[in-house]
Ligand binder design. Structure first.
Ligand code: NDP
Length: 241
């Protein structure tokens, strides 16, 4: 029977590409999203993948949502923590709400989701968890103290949990994308985007499918010896920046 994969924020952008790649690889995929129903409906029409609405920032909603996914698809073997938001502001203008929203979604959301599938994976002796962090969690970014803190936190979380999962055949890894051409990045003013591209050695933004292929590798049986790792895919930007 096909393994079940759950992708948070799996209906748009990088998450959509991950959902599609995992389905193509033979997994039974469920995609979660937060509130954009029309995008989720279009996604399901296009891909045939079922979408489930809840916020990863809400612990109880995660438990209920995962129960609904498991009732329809069977136990979650593979969890991709992809849902993420930005609320950028230079620190002197950052509000407590901007801080909280980003930490709640990008860091606590990863706890909420992982905690809700962890015991099942331990009991069954198999699991794959991949969290989408960011180059900005590795190097920090102006006006993203909240986002950089959350994404760096995801990397610490990954390395700690990898140690706990190892003997149970659960691998826990992170992918750090550089700048990828999704709505999140295309919302940045064009002039700023051009400045960003100038700092990327390969001279272009990444494609969501390039991140999806990293994830598909990390969840495969062939990647069973890789755990606690951070796979960076940034066109050389970290090295050059
Ligand atoms: P998008 O904004 O294109 O899509 C975000 C997805 O996450 C949507 O499906 C959205 O749902 C969902 N989402 C947002 N908040 C929640 C929530 N509270 N609960 C459940 N789902 C939620 O983002 P990207 O594809 O650009 O980014 C995906 C991930 O990759 C993020 O973690 C981001 O930080 C990370 N990343 C992105 C980079 C980039 O260049 N784009 C670079 C590095 C990292 P809905 O459609 O309902 O709003």
């Amino acid at each position: 029977m096909a393994r079940t994969a759950l992708v948070t924020g799996g209906t748009r952008g990088i998450g959509k590409a991950i959902s599609v790649a995992l389905k193509a690889a033979g997994y039974d995929v469920a995609a979660n999203y937060a509130g954009n129903d029309s995008a989720a409906q279009a996604f399901t029409r296009e891909t045939g993948i079922k979408a489930y609405k809840w916020s990863v920032a809400d612990y109880d909603a995660c438990r209920e949502g995962i129960a609904a996914v498991e009732a329809a698809h069977g136990p979650v073997d593979i969890l991709i923590n992809n849902a993420g938001i930005t609320r950028d502001a230079p620190f002197h203008k950052m509000t407590p709400q901007q801080w909280r929203e980003v930490i709640d979604t990008n860091l606590t959301g990863v706890f909420n989701m992982t905690h809700s599938v962890w015991n099942g994976m331990r009991d069954r002796g198999f699991g794959r968890i991949v969290t989408i962090s960011s180059i900005n969690g590795q190097k920090g970014q102006f006006a993203q103290a909240n986002y950089s803190a959350a994404k760096a936190g995801d990397l610490g979380f990954t390395k700690a949990l990898a140690q706990e999962g190892a003997r149970r055949n659960i691998t826990v890894n992170a992918v750090c994308p550089g700048y990828i051409a999704t709505e999140m990045v295309m919302a940045v003013p064009e002039a700023v985007r051009e400045q960003i591209i100038a700092t990327i050695p390969v001279g272009r933004l990444g494609e969501a499918e390039e991140i999806a292929r990293c994830v598909a590798f990390l969840v495969s049986d062939e990647a069973g010896f890789i755990t606690g790792a951070t796979l960076t895919a940034n066109g050389g930007q970290y090295m050059a920046g």
